[in-house]
Ligand binder design. Structure first.
Ligand code: SF4
Length: 103
């Protein structure tokens, strides 16, 4: 029985170390609004649409950002959905050539 207790202890410590090792990756995704969506996960059509709209993030102009665009709907902290991108997720700090001031 003591061996089993030892195994439980080792597993717990290993689990904790694994979780700690994963934290920076998770926080990077959450903390960096420019990474609301993994670019690699976008379909070819989504990539093409973003390119044709000149989408970039972050915006160089603080007054012109997705978060204050008429086509933007907030979805989660730092991220939202763009109607012109068929509801695609964009960072609030992004911008494209079709930006229109929210009324
Ligand atoms: S249309 Fe507006 S919300 Fe959509 S990507 Fe362009 S600036 Fe951002």
């Amino acid at each position: 029985m003591p061996a089993a207790k030892h195994q439980d202890h080792v597993w717990t410590r290993r689990s904790a170390l694994t979780l700690l090792a994963m934290l920076p990756i998770g926080f990077t995704g959450i903390g960096n609004a420019a990474e609301c969506v993994d670019p690699a996960s976008l379909s070819a059509a989504q990539k093409s649409m973003r390119k044709s709209l000149g989408f970039r993030a972050p915006s160089a102009d603080a007054a012109k950002r997705c978060s204050v665009c008429a086509f933007f709907t907030a979805a989660q902290p730092g991220c939202g959905k763009c109607a012109l991108l068929s509801g695609g997720i964009v960072p609030a700090e992004g911008l494209c050539d079709s930006w229109a001031k929210k009324g």
